[in-house]
Design a protein around this ligand. Structure first.
Ligand SMILES: *Cc1c(COP(=O)(O)O)cnc(C)c1O
Length: 285
């Protein structure tokens, strides 16, 4: 898969925030591929490498009907000449994401919500005897995914005090924490959880071990993919002022939360705060 790396970093300011002493920057991983969400591409790098090393020809993965991980896997499989198959949560539907997945040759298996819960079982039932099949968990969540994300830290040209990302499975935050520790930097790795999930911090630790991170779990605005008029208005104002495209599922909640933290005097004066734009915006077909 052709990726535009390293992704650029730009300064921005929040339209409603009067804190000239704080410097905000965004790393535009949304620009590394037109369809593949930045962090999904980074998370797949070593999973693809392992699949190829093991001689696997079929990627088998899991996601909801709007999953950018499915899209990323479909593109990656096509680019690498591999087959791809996805268990899609819920009843059969059509949308732009799934249309793109099918266009890239991905086979979709719609799976009822109860069976979907046990992904290992689904894989074993159908592919247990297929030596060509390679299991990739939902969202790519794995140590190899964190390893891919950790490389992003090598792309930072200067120092920052905080590095924030939005968290779904938390593999991206685990990767940032790992990379920062490997490079022995003093940057704080911080995540904004976009969903209600009590065990999230534990799951992140299981990927990054003792590498420190801070998880903020009070900014999910009601849960995964939940929105409200205030959030939507905030996003519209932000985009109009900065021209940085964000959406309500991940990056909208991330940027709004960081502004809120600034208002609460979470940051020391003169802090340099970097936000990771993980992508998530599908171009209009
Ligand atoms: C998938 C996704 C995330 C969540 O990444 P995790 O590694 O699962 O925490 C964040 N932002 C965007 C845009 C995504 O598509």
């Amino acid at each position: 898969m052709q990726l535009q790396l390293p992704s650029p970093i730009q300064a921005f300011s929040f339209p409603g925030l009067q804190r000239p002493d704080l410097a905000f920057f965004v790393k535009r991983d949304d620009l590394i591929h037109p369809y593949v969400s930045g962090n999904k591409a980074r998370k797949l790098k070593y999973l693809l490498q392992e699949a190829k090393t093991l001689g696997k020809t079929k990627l088998v993965t899991f996601g909801g009907a709007y999953s950018s991980h499915l899209l990323a896997t479909a593109f990656a499989a096509q680019a690498e000449g591999l087959q791809a198959l996805a268990f899609v949560r819920g009843e059969e539907v059509e949308n732009d994401v799934l249309t793109q997945c099918k266009k890239r040759g991905m086979e979709l298996l719609f799976t009822d919500r109860l069976s979907y819960r046990n992904k290992q079982q689904l894989f074993t039932d159908r592919f247990g005897k297929d030596p060509q099949a390679y299991f990739i968990s939902e969202g790519g969540y794995s140590e190899l995914a964190a390893k891919g994300v950790a490389e992003l830290i090598n792309e930072l040209p200067e120092s920052y005090d905080h590095l924030f990302c939005a968290c779904g499975t938390g593999a991206t935050l685990a990767g940032l924490a790992l990379g920062i520790q490997q490079q022995q930097l003093a940057i704080k790795a911080e995540g904004i959880s976009v969903l209600k999930h009590d065990a999230l911090a534990e799951e992140i630790h299981s990927l990054c071990g003792e590498s420190p991170f801070i998880l903020h779990s009070q900014f999910h605005e009601g849960g995964y993919a939940k929105s409200n008029p205030e959030l939507e208005e905030w996003i519209r104002t932000f985009i109009a002022s900065t021209k940085i495209p964000i959406e309500f599922v991940y990056t909208g909640k991330l940027f709004k939360a960081v502004e809120e933290l600034a208002r609460q005097n979470y940051f020391l004066p003169n802090s340099r705060v970097l936000l990771l734009h993980t992508g998530g915006i599908l171009p209009k077909a």
